[in-house]
Design a protein around this ligand. Sequence first.
Ligand code: SAH
Length: 513
Amino acid sequence: MSQPSPQAEPTLPGRVYLVGAGPGDPGLLTLRGAECLRAADLVLYDGLVNPMLLRHSHASAERTCRAEGPTGRQIRQEEINQRLVEAAREGKTVVRLKGGDPFIFGRGSEEAAALRAAGIPFEVVPGITAATAAAVYTGISLTHRDHASAVAFITGHEDPAKPSSALDYHSLAHFPGTLVFYMGLHRLESIASSLIAAGKPADTPACVVCRATQPVQQTVTGTLGEIHQLAKTAGLHPPSLVIVGDCVQVRDRAHWFEDRPLFGKVIGITRPEDQADDAAHRSFELGALPVMLPMIEIAPPDDWSDVDAMLNRLEEFDWIVWTSANGVRGLLDRLWHNGGDIRRLSRAKLACIGPATAKVLEQYSLRADVIPTEFRAEALAAALAPKVSGQKVLWARASRGRDILPQILTQAGANLEQVVVYQNRDVTSFPEAERIRLERGDLDWIGLSSPSIARSLAKLITPVARQLVGTRTKLASISPVTTAAAAEVGLPIAAEATTYTWEGLFQAMIDAD
Ligand code: SAH
């Protein structure tokens, strides 16, 4: 690698990474940007940044917004510069995450200059700017060889105090290529009429792209003469880009993003927060926007003393049994934390409830000796029963769960010990932002992936949101057992998966829509 890893650098003195977050799709962050986030002690991110990017970081994160909103407070540029300098002087590794590219209409260079003036070491990581990303995600090549040999990035936002426009509309109207206006939506009418007055033909193709690269992307195309009215009718709002030029015609032939099977749908993902990545990622690939609605929370035990005592005599066990991926992590991470490693398991045989649990075991370079063919506690117990008579068996388990495994194994003559390596708790309410989204009817679907999740949803959902269930917000169930549980608590199911996985849930939504 050409650059040192941020982790390898000393913590003192601190430094700042000005990182381009890309245009919204969380996949459009650079590898360097992700590395910096992983190394950060503090992240300051601006209003355009997709908060999902914070999943690359364990640092505390603060949002800086120019406009005051429900999740951000207004903060002046000088204040941000000051915060960056102060945090770095405290020895922190700071990531300043900015929408798109930090140096394209982003005041990133002012932040860099402030850091330089203060003598703070910094690095700038470029990002994918909104213009190129919006063009690609709408099927437009800004420099299509038949239509444009140049492209101009222009700010449509001008200081209202200025008496006349700083933009040279005459030059822009005669520019031999594509024009892309950032921050121009609120002045679209004046931009279009000024261009036309300066000689740009009113029938030049034009396009407005709102929230580009996000599943909620909206695109309106027309001519320069009519685009203002079309954007207004469609109710487009910032952040939006305006693209003017013949290349806009190519969109009809090359669009792809908006064709995805769940494009534009907003889907509630009910998995625990730390296990939702795969489902969230997959929903993006299918064109949908995932909204995290965890019903269960995974936490370390309040007190590790039982686990530690048991780990001290780990060699006594003939079998170690896991019924969840969290159980594997809970036990093996604690073993590592206490100074041990997997050699301490060399005597034991290992059993897992199913492939997902075994996969996590594999990450620790351990292979399961037993995985039942059906992924249920009964099947695991049945597979183990003939093997464990007279043997010492350890079950690394959650704070709650079914008791069928110890019953059967004890009956089979095993000497079974249980140790709780993680807590599994119902969440008591949805986070505020998600509750508001549910009550506004923003969600098209909620995926229910177990009977307990169906029951939790019935408990957690507010009366306002509940009224929308079945009409505005539909529920998809992962299996007949889950559908039955939902019916018991009065939740109507609109689609049921035929394969009992999240992939099956998404397919059921596609088929039902
Ligand atoms: N540094 C950013 C631009 C900041 S200026 C970049 O490189 O992209 C803010 C403007 O960028 C918005 O007003 C809008 O015009 C544009 N913009 C940013 N993200 C966008 C998105 N996802 N969709 C459409 N326009 C976007």
